[in-house]
Every structure is written in structure tokens, then in C-alpha cells.
Design a binder for this molecule. Structure first.
Ligand code: FEO
Length: 394
């Protein structure tokens, strides 16, 4: 659609996707997304950093044609996922002399996913450099900045970092650079929760290594370019730390109102004890917002009615997702109602095998909650407050 220079000889040549509303058929994209690709013209070599989603490959080609790029020497692929690599086969046809520069694991995935011929690759090692004449690229292999083959690329002289998925966020905006950091913070935190949170342990180390490079600019592959790297590095240092907040997340479903009454009562009891509470009715919840809330909440209370002999399927789905995202949640409990028995608590707690949570005794009630149920929920709120005090977040 359009290319813009973020520094002399460094152009953004990717594509906007204003209309896209879901990613991986799972994550809502309220603001669309972009697939950023960058062209660097060195005195001797021209490089394309990443490509775009195959649905937008003609926009990438069109941007390159408008810039009169007749030769590309290297195409750096930082990540094999198709929203960044999917246009590679077409670009390789357009530029038959171009070599694909990436690490061995990424090469293997590109061969498997896109059938790129082995002879098109130039395989790099961690820390290796590549001269473009007057400029130098340096590559750092950073597994699990989404997939196991991910790497980041640094343009040494200009101090521009190209981290692909890492530090980006899903937003289609005509602005090349971040101009509203409050908006960017929220969008980036949601994206971190959805994409990066399962790899918190690895990413924590990368943040400090990247800080040591003192980049002047971070040019991710989703969302606008960041000219204040300190802002996103500080945010990631916080999100990936072990610190949790005095917050309780309550994902819930209610079919006939009993579980909703319990959620309402527990919400009030927690607020009265000075705890921030975020209930999510899973019938309407945007899972991106639930993931966002999970980034730093100390406690999750899962609330479910009973369907046949177990938890409601929407609760099962949300619990599966929360477990897969591996939040740093410290405490969990289950509340809800049942008609003739069931194994909701057992099923839900078994599903939480990827999170290191301490389970607080559940409150399950037969039928309509009564005064004794409400007193049990008050005791649960007391117990949560006690746990939060014990870790010094109250
Ligand atoms: Fe934006 Fe992991 O792809």
C-alpha cells in the first residue's frame, strides 16, 4: 500500500490488515493487525527483513516495485510462522538471486511449511554478522519468542532492532511510529498475554540482553515502530517478573443464575477486603481481555455450573487456555453449583498442570446458594486476603 523510511535507507514495506478480526482462529483482533517487513539498502547489499502474510503478498511486491528494487541479495527470516514467511515463495520467484538468511531450525521449518529449496538458504549462527557494505546485520537466536526457531536481527550502525513478533502488538494504524504510549502499552500487554506469556522464563533473559545493546529503535513485525525502546523493555521486565498484583480474576458461566449469585457475592466480599476483582462472563468474554487480566493477577477463582457430570464446556475451554498461557498466578480456587453430583472441581484442578498455583479449598453448592453458601464465600474471600497478605501485595 505504502512504504515509509524509518531511518535513512531503511524502509517499512509491509502491509496493513485493517479488516482482520481473528488470529489463529482464536485471538480476536479488535484493531486489525499489520505484517511489517523492512528493506535495508546497504552500500553493497540490499536486504529484506521478513515478508508478509500470503493474503497481502501483492502489497509487499507493490511496495518493492514502487521503490524500484531490482535486486535483493538477502531475505532475513526471523520466524517461520506464515504471517511473516508466507510470501517468501513469491518473493523468491521475483528475486531469483536472493538468499534466505536464517538459523538452521528456522530453515528446517521453512522447508517443511513452504517447500523452500535447501540451496536457497544461508544459515547463520547465534551472534554471527553479515556485512551489507557500510552497514552490518547481527543475528541473535532467541528460541520461544513465539516458536522454537525464532531469532532477532540487529542493524548495528543504526541501532535498529528487528525482533519480529517480540515487542510488537496487533494493530493496523497508518502511523509509522508509536505516538500514544498509553494506547501502545495496553495493546502490547494484551499481545504479550496472548502470544508471549507462555515463554516468560526465556523472554525475561532476552529483555536484559537486548537492553545491553541500547537499541535506538525497535521495529517489530506487528504494529508501529517504537522510538522509545526503554518504554517497552521496562514493560516487558515488569510483565515477565515474578511480581503479582492484589487482584482476583473470576472467569465464570451461569446457566440458571446460581453460579452468578455466587460470583456476585464473592466479588462484593473481595472488594470489601480491598482486593481488585475482575469477573469475566465467558459467554461474552473476549479471550484477549481475559488473557490481559491474567498477566499479573495473584489469584484466579473459576466459577462453573455443572453440565452432566463436569464443568460447563466454556469453562473447560477458558481453563485450558489459561493453563496453556502459563500466567504467574499464585493461587486458584473453584466455586459453583451442581444438581446431582459431578466432578467439576476435580476436572478443573487437573487441568491446571502448567501453572504452579496453590489451591484454596473450593465452594460448591447443591442447587441454589443459601446463607451458608454466602458465609462460605466470605471465608474464601478471607482466605484469599490472607494469602495476598502473606506475599506482601496488600
Ligand atoms: Fe506474527 Fe508468530 O507470528
Amino acid at each position: 500500500m505504502v512504504s515509509r523510511e524509518l531511518a535513512s535507507g531503511v524502509s517499512s514495506v509491509g502491509a496493513f490488515d485493517f479488516d482482520r478480526r481473528i488470529f489463529d482462529e482464536l485471538i480476536p483482533l479488535p484493531e486489525g493487525t499489520s505484517y511489517n517487513a523492512y528493506l535495508i539498502r546497504g552500500s553493497e547489499k540490499t536486504v529484506l527483513i521478513d515478508t508478509v502474510d500470503p493474503s497481502k503478498e501483492y502489497e509487499l511486491i507493490s511496495n518493492l516495485v514502487k521503490l524500484c528494487i531490482e535486486r535483493i541479495d538477502y531475505i532475513v527470516i526471523n520466524h517461520a510462522e506464515q504471517d511473516h514467511s508466507g510470501s517468501l515463495p513469491m518473493i523468491l520467484e521475483f528475486y531469483p538471486d536472493a538468499q534466505v538468511v536464517t538459523n538452521a531450525k528456522c530453515r528446517d521449518l521453512l522447508v517443511a511449511l513452504l517447500h523452500i529449496p535447501q540451496e536457497r538458504f544461508k544459515v547463520i549462527a547465534d551472534g554471527e554478522t553479515l556485512s551489507l557494505g557500510d552497514r552490518t546485520l547481527q543475528f541473535f537466536i532467541t528460541p520461544w519468542t513465539h516458536w522454537p526457531e525464532t531469532q532477532i536481527t540487529y542493524l548495528v550502525e543504526d541501532k535498529i532492532l528487528f525482533p519480529c513478533d517480540l515487542f510488537g502488538f496487533h494493530a493496523a494504524t497508518s502511523e509509522l511510529f508509536i505516538t500514544d504510549e498509553a494506547w501502545a502499552y495496553r495493546s502490547a500487554k494484551r499481545y504479550y498475554a496472548e502470544i508471549m506469556m507462555p515463554f516468560r522464563g526465556s523472554i525475561k533473559g532476552y529483555v536484559e540482553k537486548i537492553r545491553a545493546l541500547s537499541p535506538a529503535m525497535i521495529a517489530p513485525s506487528h504494529g508501529p515502530v517504537n522510538k522509545n525502546p526503554q518504554f517497552i523493555l521496562d514493560a516487558y521486565a515488569d510483565w515477565t517478573s515474578d511480581a503479582v498484583r492484589n487482584e482476583v480474576i473470576i472467569p465464570y458461566v451461569s446457566m440458571h443464575g446460581s453460579t452468578a449469585k455466587m460470583v456476585d457475592h464473592l466479588t462484593g466480599a473481595l472488594i470489601a477486603r480491598g482486593i481488585v476483582v475482575k469477573p469475566f462472563n465467558l459467554t461474552h468474554t473476549d479471550v484477549g481481555e481475559l488473557a490481559f487480566a491474567l498477566v499479573d493477577a495473584a489469584t484466579v477463582v473459576i466459577a462453573t455450573p455443572t453440565v452432566l457430570f463436569g464443568p460447563h464446556p466454556s469453562v473447560v475451554s477458558a481453563t485450558y487456555l489459561a493453563n496453556a498461557l502459563r500466567p504467574k498466578t499464585r493461587f486458584a480456587s473453584v466455586i459453583g453449583s451442581y444438581g446431582w453430583g459431578g466432578k467439576s472441581v476435580e476436572t478443573i484442578t487437573k487441568m491446571l498442570d502448567h501453572v504452579k498455583v496453590e489451591l484454596i479449598p473450593p465452594v460448591m453448592v447443591l442447587g441454589e446458594p443459601d446463607e451458608a453458601t454466602m458465609q462460605a464465600l466470605d471465608r474464601l474471600a478471607d482466605e484469599i486476603l490472607k494469602k495476598h497478605k502473606a506475599i506482601n501485595i496488600v
